[in-house]
Design a protein around this ligand. Structure first.
Ligand SMILES: *Cc1c(COP(=O)(O)O)cnc(C)c1O
Length: 459
């Protein structure tokens, strides 16, 4: 095996980019993956599957990942010198574009003061105030280091507050990798918690019940069967982790009414949708206020952050104000706070969400038309800077519907787009993201690449 450490001058390091590469956002020469393949082989010996988060390995599209060297604005450059228009945006955080100069300046200024204090600092209060001002359900917030941590903590809090144990979640919704969230949704209305991964004891998921998304009757049936036992109904108010699925009119309102009727809390997991669907998230845009909200991704501006919040009466149960324990060595980290504050400031400027909506709608319509023009069944959704397309002719209202998609076709589409310099999420079951750095020209190039790719694929 070749040496592993990639120092500035190490032969395995990517070559410095030429001026032309830096300036041109799309692939100009033939697509090459020699170095990515080499790095991936090496990485597989060092880290499970060669990655630190599974979907990055491109397994679900039956291919291999490219190794990213650098990101700027809407673009990525890989170690072979290919460049891409990026629609993953680090899975959501890069909403103002990668390496935004103002975010980098803020980080630089913060870094000069030290990288972690493990003590109270003012930037925490600034970001907290911004989150509280923006998100309707949040009167008080606690910062953590990831979305997973936010979800774990919020469930503990819901249980502490209600004195009840059961969680109702929805199939296809992802709430991080905590044991109690890793429950497979079986067929039928309700599936009693069976773990989705080895290593998760049955006892950890015994209190997790699952309903199909957009199915209020299924939720009410569960609430009725378990009177006074359900602590919370938790969902992605727009699903991004089963592909993109939007709530049908009345679904979120219905959940609010049901949770109130049965004394459970309503939790919106807005880790993905917070500050993306609108500045105040899905809850602001759709006008339904949950009891508790998880955040992550965008609020860290590309650094590791999560947060959870809600009404003061509930949040005051969190230690040290109250008895529910939750802590973190690096929580409220000054660099993460600085990146988050600047990112929210940029998002708050007038016209940002209108811009995201406009370019993303144009992209979504272009992709849908391309699919239909070449005879492919396709449906999907788009709200603000988030979009998704399923290769199926059935309407997709839940994960069960999403699973009717043609995954082989998606894999071919994904590869064709990658080779044409368009970096899409490597799974049919992931949403796509745009940013303020994507231009009309980027969108047009993307649609053109999609037309070429879809033309090649037999319907
Ligand atoms: C990404 C995500 C999480 C997990 O966040 P991590 O930072 O990856 O731990 C939880 N919930 C939703 C809705 C997400 O999209």
């Amino acid at each position: 095996m070749r040496p592993i450490i990639c120092l500035e001058l190490h032969p395995l390091c990517p070559p410095p980019l030429t001026k032309e590469q830096k300036e041109s956002p799309v692939v100009t020469s033939a697509f090459k993956t020699t170095r990515s393949q080499e790095f991936f082989q090496q990485a597989k010996e060092l880290m499970p599957g060669g990655v630190n988060s599974p979907v990055r390995a491109f397994k679900s599209v039956g291919s291999e990942p490219v190794f990213i060297d650098r990101a700027q604005g809407a673009y990525l450059w890989d170690v072979d010198g290919n460049h891409y228009i990026d629609y993953i945006g680090s899975w959501g955080p890069a909403i103002v574009g990668h390496a935004h100069p103002e975010v980098l300046d803020s980080l630089q200024a913060a870094m000069l003061k030290g990288t972690s204090f493990g003590a109270p600092s003012v930037p925490e209060s600034i970001l907290a105030q911004m989150v509280i001002d923006a998100v309707p359900s949040i009167e008080m917030v606690r910062f953590v280091n990831s979305g997973t941590e936010a979800c774990l903590s919020i469930l503990r809090l819901a249980r502490a507050f209600t004195g009840r144990d059961i969680l109702i979640k929805f199939s296809g919704c992802y709430h991080g990798h905590g044991d109690m969230f890793l429950v497979q949704a079986g067929s039928g209305v309700a599936t009693l918690g069976l773990p989705d991964s080895p290593g998760v004891p049955k006892s950890s998921t015994a209190n997790t019940l699952t309903a199909p998304y957009n199915d209020l009757d299924a939720v009410e049936a569960l609430l009725k069967t378990h009177p006074d036992q359900v602590a919370a109904v938790m969902l992605e108010p727009i699903v991004g982790n089963a592909g993109m699925i939007v709530p049908e009119p009345g679904f979120l309102e219905g959940l609010k009414a049901l949770t109130q009727k049965y004394g459970a809390l309503l939790i919106f997991d807005e880790v993905m949708t917070g500050f993306r669907i609108s500045y105040g998230g899905v809850q602001e845009r759709f006008g339904v206020t949950p009891d508790l909200t998880c955040l992550g991704k965008v609020i860290g501006g590309g650094l590791p952050v999560g947060a959870y919040g809600g009404r003061k009466e509930i949040m005051n149960m969190v230690a040290p104000a109250g008895p529910m324990y939750q802590a973190g060595t690096l929580s409220g980290n000054p660099l993460a706070m600085a990146a988050g504050i600047k990112t929210l400031e940029l998002l708050k400027r007038p016209g940002t969400y209108e811009y995201l909506d406009r370019i993303t709608a144009k992209l979504y319509q272009g992709l849908l038309d391309a699919a239909h023009d070449y005879g492919h069944a396709a449906v999907g959704a788009q709200v603000s800077g988030m979009f998704g397309l399923f290769f199926t002719d059935k309407p997709v209202k839940s994960y069960e519907g999403a699973r009717t998609s043609d995954l082989k076709k998606f894999s071919r589409f994904h590869r064709g787009m990658l080779e044409r310099g368009i970096y899409l999420a490597p799974s049919q079951f992931e949403a796509g993201f745009t940013s303020l750095a994507h231009t009309d020209e980027d969108i047009e190039r993307t649609i053109a690449a999609a037309r070429e790719t879809l033309k090649e694929i037999t319907p």
